[in-house]
Ligand binder design. Structure first.
Ligand code: A5P
Length: 231
């Protein structure tokens, strides 16, 4: 379980700031995790106070439950395949705005939702921002394929570890019914190339390297910086 007490103020600052991007009439992807939870809560307040009227598409059971609590109208990708905006958290972001996600095992749906959006925004506190990525890469794996995927990830130079449950014996099961491996690749010099090599492994459902971030809302000591993608 992640330490949700650390950086709570910064997470709140970044999360709430991005809620201002949502306008009435939009279809918005709602990410997973403790930072974007602040965005979702703020959107709930805006519905109550301003009559903001938009539809959300949640990326996990966690996001769905929170959105329901906040009285956000929900829809599906089948009904609304083209989103105006997706907002989500991250485990790490580098200076070229490549992202590692999946600390909450939700990266597959998060990728589908963010890739369906015209604009993808990540909210994060400063501890997540690095020059070069060196975070373990979460890889969602079909349970039937675990051994093959493990071998192929090792062939790529990774050290894979099956993610185990905390209040459950055995592996973590994702919202899609699969396993997750956390793969240590050390410093990742070329995230795009690594992503390209993980993708074709049979049994890999999705990896946690994202190259589609448009804007980063980064909470720093003096406030929230908005960093736009240059590449
Ligand atoms: C979910 O699988 C992840 O991609 C989250 O978006 C990420 O772990 C968010 O981290 P925080 O809880 O620190 O916002």
């Amino acid at each position: 379980m992640k330490d949700v007490s650390a950086n709570t103020d910064s997470k709140k600052l970044a999360g709430e700031a991005a809620a201002s991007l949502v306008k009435s009439g939009m279809v918005v992807g709602l990410g997973t995790g403790s930072t974007v939870a602040w965005t979702i809560k703020k959107l709930g307040l805006r519905i109550e106070e301003e009559g903001l009227d938009f539809c959300g598409i949640p990326t996990s059971f966690q996001a769905q439950n929170l959105a329901i609590q906040c009285k956000i109208r929900l829809t599906t990708l089948d009904q609304h395949p083209d989103l105006d905006l997706a907002i989500d958290g991250a485990d790490q972001v580098d200076s070229d705005l490549f992202v590692v996600k999946g600390g909450g095992a939700a990266h597959t749906r998060e990728k589908v939702v963010s890739c369906s959006a015209k604009k993808f925004v990540v909210v994060a506190d400063e501890s997540k921002f690095v020059e070069k990525l060196d975070h373990d890469v979460p890889v969602e794996v079909l349970p039937f394929a675990v051994k093959l995927v493990e071998k192929r990830l090792k062939d790529l130079g990774g050290v894979p570890a099956l993610r185990l449950g905390k209040m459950k014996d055995g592996p973590v099961i994702t919202d899609n019914g699969n396993f997750v491996m956390d793969v240590d690749f050390g410093v990742i010099d070329n995230p795009k190339e690594l992503a390209r090599r993980i993708c074709p492994i049979p049994g890999v459902v999705e990896h946690g390297i994202f190259d589609n971030l448009d804007e980063l809302y980064l909470a720093r000591s003096k406030g929230v910086d908005i960093i736009k993608r240059k590449r």
